[in-house]
Ligand binder design. Structure first.
Ligand code: SF4
Length: 200
């Protein structure tokens, strides 16, 4: 289900979800590891109808000009340890239109302090707040072949971080082969090559 704001649900969201669950007779709703909602056990005809209502693409969802999932911790607004706000960054990245379709799914993890609850190092795009600004890592992965992302830059303010994320994703989509995740891409090209392309 799209439109969930980094796992933050309002009363309106909950009412919308309840309405969908009732009308489509969804047996179980799963909260996914990436702060999404997964409606399980739908009958095929109801599934097709719901896809249409939610305006979801019928084909591969990762072949589009946006990151597939953006997760964020509560950040400074809601967590006593937070040093930076995370919600607006999550929204900005979720809505970020890139220059073309991404080669493969891109997951984003945004953490509001060094404790890194959103496992930013293990996401394709990782942002974690430090004393001097955002730390940005790229090429992390938590799946069967885990990888810690490469540090691209740190000490970034919000605007710098968003610009650099966009530039990096645009470089990735223009350079990587179809279906190559950022972790495998970074193993091939190396951090220095990426830095040369996106910094400076
Ligand atoms: S990363 Fe920091 S700010 Fe975010 S939930 Fe964890 S402790 Fe709180």
């Amino acid at each position: 289900m799209p439109g969930i704001n980094a796992g933050m649900l309002t009363l309106k969201d909950l009412e919308r979800i309840t309405d969908l669950v009732r009308r489509y007779e969804v047996p179980v709703v799963k909260i996914t590891g990436t702060q999404g909602l997964y409606f399980q056990g739908l009958a095929p005809e109801k599934h097709a109808e719901m896809m249409q209502e939610l305006e979801l693409p019928a084909g591969l969802v990762h072949t589009r000009n946006r990151a597939r999932s953006v997760q964020a911790c509560p950040g400074k607004n809601w967590c006593k340890y937070g040093t930076r706000e995370t919600e607006h960054m999550a929204r900005a990245i979720a809505e970020m239109e890139l220059d073309g379709p991404l080669p493969c799914k891109v997951k984003v993890g945004i953490s509001g302090c060094r404790m890194c609850c959103c496992e930013s190092w293990m996401r394709d795009v990782g942002l974690a707040a430090e004393k001097n600004g955002w730390r940005f890592s790229f090429g992390g992965n938590a799946a069967g072949r885990p990888r810690i992302g490469d540090l691209v830059a740190d000490g970034l303010d919000d605007e710098e971080a968003l610009k650099l994320v966009k530039k990096t994703l645009n470089y990735y989509l223009k350079t990587a082969k179809f279906k190559i995740r950022s972790a495998r891409f970074m193993e091939r090209i190396g951090i220095e090559e990426l830095k040369k392309a996106v910094l400076g």
